[in-house]
Structure formats: structure tokens, C-alpha cells
Ligand binder design. Sequence first.
Ligand code: 164
Ligand code: MG
Length: 342
Amino acid sequence: MITPFSLRLKQPLSTAHGDITERRGFIFRIDRNGTVGVGEATPLPGWTERYDECETALTTYANTDATAPDPTTHPACAHAIESAELDAAARQNGCSLAAYLRKTVFGRSSGRDAIPLNATIGAETTEKTVNQAIAAVENGFRCLKLKMGVSNPEDDLDRARAVRDAVGETIAIRVDVNGGWDRETATDCLPTLAAIGIEYLEQPLPAGDIEGHTMLRERGAVPIAVDESLQRASVTELIAADAADILVLKPMVLGGPKQTARAAQTAQEHGLDVVVTTTIDAAVARTTAAHVAAAIPRCRPCGLATGSFLAEDVVTDPLTITDGALCLPDTTGIFDGFIQSI
Ligand SMILES: O=C(O)CCC(=O)C1=CC=C[C@@H](O)[C@@H]1C(=O)O
Ligand SMILES: [Mg+2]
């Protein structure tokens, strides 16, 4: 069964790719020998297939004997299908999705209950950015993610400096440019970002400029993370190119929770760190991503505090965030409560 939804954001999330103002997607429900599984597809144009492409692929899969679509061409659709299958499988095994992924991908039986998060702050004015940063720290967040690449680089750097001055040295500040700089701009910004003491610089250059990220990384000024580049190159290719210290993994963009867990495993085997984030998804995919993060050993603070961007949701959020860390619900599968309420 496929149920479409459309959710408004409380206010636009401003990024170098443009503003995100609403999220439209589908809840996908399957029945496997009497056990229900639920998954979500929330395509984000520019990151995944378009909404109409997702709808066609999901409908075709549901109504015919078609195999699941390729996660590289239809990642959001593949995400919904894989999530629903894993939800049912975990429930049949009497365990949570996190425990199921831990066992089947990482061969482990125990893991973390609480996942530290970053607070996400859009490309706003300095005053708004500083106010949001202070509010996040007062709410217990120890890690802030600032969006850059919308205004000019000098203003961006001033904003990051103002946040550092406001929150002090002990709070991690990471910066996400969403590919908004060229090599020269990024190179020029490195010394100031290093002086501000940022945790890492995420996707400074366009997705396809893998070599440029390698070049920035070689400078050694600040660690480099890639996000959008994972749509252009595989984890193995990015590792071979020495393009990143950190991979930002979005299950909705990578085609599902297991795809993401496997990407994390490959990255960690090669000494890279990972961060799990959403594409500002609804509650089902956010909870799915939280299970993925909980299954992965050694995650840096994750970008999962995104439910508060939405003005409405498909279902009551089962995740609680306390002191900047997220707690998973005690459940089988993704969340037992979804079966009754959606
Ligand atoms: O990582 C986070 O803190 C939240 C998610 C987030 O920042 C994003 C979600 C969706 C699209 C992007 O603009 C953005 C990102 O680039 O990571
Ligand atoms: Mg990013």
C-alpha cells in the first residue's frame, strides 16, 4: 500500500542549493506472511530521483512482479522498499532494526542507545545564526552545523567566527557549503576555518569535483567531509581518491538502511569517520535513519535533529532528543507504533 504525503517546513531551510520549503513523499507498507513492514520514500530533487519518478517506480514495484529499482537511479524508492522489508524482517526476528543491522551487517550484538546529534543551522544572518547556536547549546547540543555558500565567503567566515565567540571553544562547529565554493575560494577560506577551530568542512566544492576535495584535504588545514559527492562516486572510489576524512551518509540518498550501513562499514574499515543524516524526512525515515546510526560503531554526532524543521508530520515522532542526543524507542522493527497509526 502506498500513501502519499506532503509536509510544510516551519520556515525554509536555506542552503547553497536553494531553500527547502516542503517535503513530499510516500509511506510504503508491505505484508510478509502476516508481518507488516513500513518504509518511507521522500525524494529530494537534486539529491534523489524526482517525486514523479519515485511514484512511478514505487507503484510499478507494488503492482507488478518487478524487482526493486536500482538504488543509484531511484534511491528514495529503493529506500522505502528496503526499509519496509527490513522492518518486517527485524520484527519477525523479535528485534529492533538497529539490532538487526548490527547483527547482519556488523556481526555485533551490542551498541549505543543514545546518539549524539548536531544542531542544524541554515544560512541565516549573523544575528539569527548566533541566536540559534546559543539556543541549541542551551538545549544541550555540543555540536553545531552551519550552512555556508549562500552569501559571500567573507560574511560566512564572520558568521562562523561570531558563533565560535558566542559558544566558546568546547562546542564542535562543522560547516556545510553544499558545493557552493570553487577551489580558489575554498583554499582561501581554509586558514580562517582552521583558526576558528571547525570540526570539519563539508562538501566545499561541487559534487563532481572529487580531485578538488583531494587537493583541499592534502593541505591538512581542516578535515574534509563529502556528502553530495556520494551521488557521483562510490565509497570505494572516494576512499581510493583520498577525497575525504568523513562521509556524510543519507539513507534516503544511498537507497536504504542496509546500503547505508554497508557504506559505513567500508568507510570505517579504511579509517574514515561517518555521520548519518536525513534529507529532512518525515518521522518514519527519520526513525529508520536513527536505527542506522545506532547500528554503526563509531558515529560522529549525526544530523538527525531535523524533525523540528517540519510544521507537521505523518505520525507522532517516536524519537526523543535530550541534551543533544537522540534516544531510540524500545521496539521491534523501526517502531511498532507505526503499524497501528499509519
Ligand atoms: O545534516 C544535518 O544536520 C541535517 C540535514 C541537512 O543538513 C541536509 C538535508 C538535506 C539537504 C541538505 O541541504 C542538507 C545537507 O547537505 O546535509
Ligand atoms: Mg551536507
